[in-house]
Write a protein that binds this ligand. Structure first.
Ligand code: ASP
Length: 432
């Protein structure tokens, strides 16, 4: 076992990912097939779903378990370590502006790649079972109101991120303003956060096994041919996301912040692989926070405040995808788009990505907000969701990786500008 622990974690996780693809394909290819309800099914995939996937599910549950306590305590301690409430304004303002800016660029990249690849052209919807989206999306005013929890304990237990962020910020500011008398509460949170970090480290030790199980399952059930049905969409999304990561985050780190780029990507590799295999950026948050603090030297004051916010509202991969899907719909349903339509797509996709839950396939359900602006009917939207949902997983994996990379890049930028980046750690030879 010594060789295993000699490898740094990201190497173990990457090895698990590659092994997962190989084993998953082997199960799919050699497990045999049978026909059920007129469709071909893979016996190997069934076996993987019953016997291997639960290990992946257990891993996802373990990291999700950490999200609420981690977000709450890192935010409270993050604000306390700011020393003065005014710092919250400058960190928050910088983070929010960068989040919105990068999201707008991401939709634009999505629109460019959508124009080049024309996904959706010539798609035949005749056999598709429509997937009707549940209910009306709440109005913008209601969404804002809902940020204020009527019962903070309930917000914590239901994992309502924006409400948790709101309450944690208030707690932190109040502890700062009360001062000496609130010191025991502050000390409690500071020590609590250490305990949660310890558990996070333990959970990361099982990450390679969880990742192996999840990837084996995705490959066994979906196969590589999944891509071929939505090949152009997948190609446009993967290339679009890679372009966004290279140009926008790469440009930000290298040209704006003047920091070595390789260190950045190496530092967040664990978070990227976990994001890729779990398809949930909220679930990946504990790993993102650990990577950014331990490997990039972002101080807890920034990591603890900027990352939970980012995991909730900053989704560049998602907005890029929403832009692509809008063009997909326009091609599939023969809608001509004007310049105003493009601008409206960019605007609604940005807003929708802010409101998207950080869970698997969440962005598909935001189509109900984006598509009506270009005249796609509710029935057509249902048809599209029904068509894409079965193929969405490999696409979701790439979006989530992009979302998490964006959060890490923005937190590094804010840390540098706020003087909260330990460049010695950033530039040190990566050990994890
Ligand atoms: N799964 C994505 C995330 O958690 C959201 C989405 O695009 O569906 O970041």
């Amino acid at each position: 076992m010594g060789w295993w622990f000699k490898m740094v974690l990201w190497q173990r996780v990457l090895l698990a990912l590659i092994l997962g693809v190989v084993v998953g394909l082997a199960f799919r290819t050699f497990g045999g097939t049978y026909i059920a309800d007129g469709v071909t099914r893979y016996a190997g995939a069934d076996f993987v779903t019953v016997w291997i996937k639960p290990f992946g599910d257990a891993f996802v549950r373990l990291i999700k378990m950490l999200v609420v306590p981690l977000v709450f305590t890192t935010l409270v301690t993050g604000v306390i370590s700011m020393g003065h409430p005014s710092k919250l304004g400058s960190i928050g303002g910088r983070a929010f502006s960068l989040y919105v800016l990068t999201t707008l660029i991401a939709v634009s990249i999505g629109l460019v790649f959508g124009t080049i690849f024309k996904p959706g052209a010539g798609i035949d919807f005749t056999d598709v079972v429509p997937n009707v989206l549940a209910g009306e999306a709440p109005g913008f005013g209601q969404v804002l109101l809902n940020i204020i929890p009527t019962n903070p304990v309930f917000a914590l237990s239901s994992g309502n991120m924006l409400s948790i962020i709101f309450f944690a910020l208030l707690m932190g500011v109040a502890i700062l303003i009360v001062g000496k008398k609130a010191k025991p509460v502050g000390d409690f949170f500071n020590s609590f956060v250490e305990v949660i970090f310890k558990i996070t480290h333990w959970v990361m030790e099982v990450a390679p096994f969880g990742v192996f199980a999840l990837i084996t399952w995705v490959t066994a059930v979906k196969g590589v041919e999944t891509f071929s049905s939505v090949l152009l969409l997948a190609l446009a999304l993967y290339l679009g996301c890679l372009t966004h990561i290279a140009l926008v985050y790469g440009g930000l780190i290298k040209l704006v912040l003047k920091l070595p780029l390789i260190r950045f990507f190496r530092g967040i590799l664990d978070a990227q692989v976990v994001a890729y295999s779990t398809s949930t950026s909220a679930g990946t948050l504990p790993v993102t926070i650990t990577c950014v603090q331990d490997n990039l030297g972002v101080k807890p004051v920034v990591a603890g405040s900027v990352l939970p916010l980012g995991a909730t509202i900053n989704m560049d991969g998602t907005s890029l995808y929403l832009g692509l899907l809008a063009l997909f719909a326009a091609n599939a349903f023969g809608i001509d788009l004007s310049m105003t339509d493009y601008a409206m797509i960019a605007l609604t996709a940005t807003l929708a990505s802010i409101g998207t839950a950080s869970i698997p396939s969440a962005s598909l359900f935001m189509l109900a907000i984006v598509l009506p602006v270009i005249g796609v009917s509710a029935e057509q939207t249902a048809l599209m969701v029904g068509f894409i949902l079965p193929f969405d997983r490999p696409l979701d994996m790439m979006r989530t990786l992009t979302n998490v990379t964006g959060d890490a890049a923005v937190s590094t930028a804010v840390a540098k500008w706020e003087g909260e980046l330990d460049e010695k750690v950033y530039r040190a030879v990566a050990t994890v």
